[in-house]
Design a protein around this ligand. Sequence first.
Ligand SMILES: [Zn+2]
Length: 170
Amino acid sequence: MFRLATKLVTTLGAAVALGVIGAPIASATVSEAPADGAVDSAAEVMPAAAPAWSYTIQPSCGGWESPIRTGANYWGGASEGGGTPVQCQNSAITDCGFKNEPVHGLTKDGRLIVVGCNYGMGQLIKLFPGAVNDPALLAAHEFGHNWYGHSYNGCASWASPTDVMATTMC
Ligand SMILES: [Zn+2]
């Protein structure tokens, strides 16, 4: 019992350090984090996403298939067919509710718009790939929401899984 409590505390500490606060505590992402040893790099969170998963690029994403695949492959273990449907549109996403996970993009005139949304952690992803400089990064971010919440408020980048999960496409 004591060991279990210690492991739980250590695991929670690791989750906070990794910035996956938005992920449910009961999810595999958190519960499978190694309790021994230092979990101080975001890369060590990645094996939790390694189990096989899948997605399907919808016809609305015609022309964007390559960056979407790049984004999916970032997490590993992905195959196409079934799984999360990925839709694309040429306007801001306006129905990404509070419980979903938007990634924001700043338009040239300074308005904040939603350029990606993951509904229900993998039930549906919507992208506005034409609005961002790096549509593959946008796709990687949204696929990441199948397991992870946002890491911090700031510009997303490829530097690490934590950076991919930042809130803003800059
Ligand atoms: Zn997001």
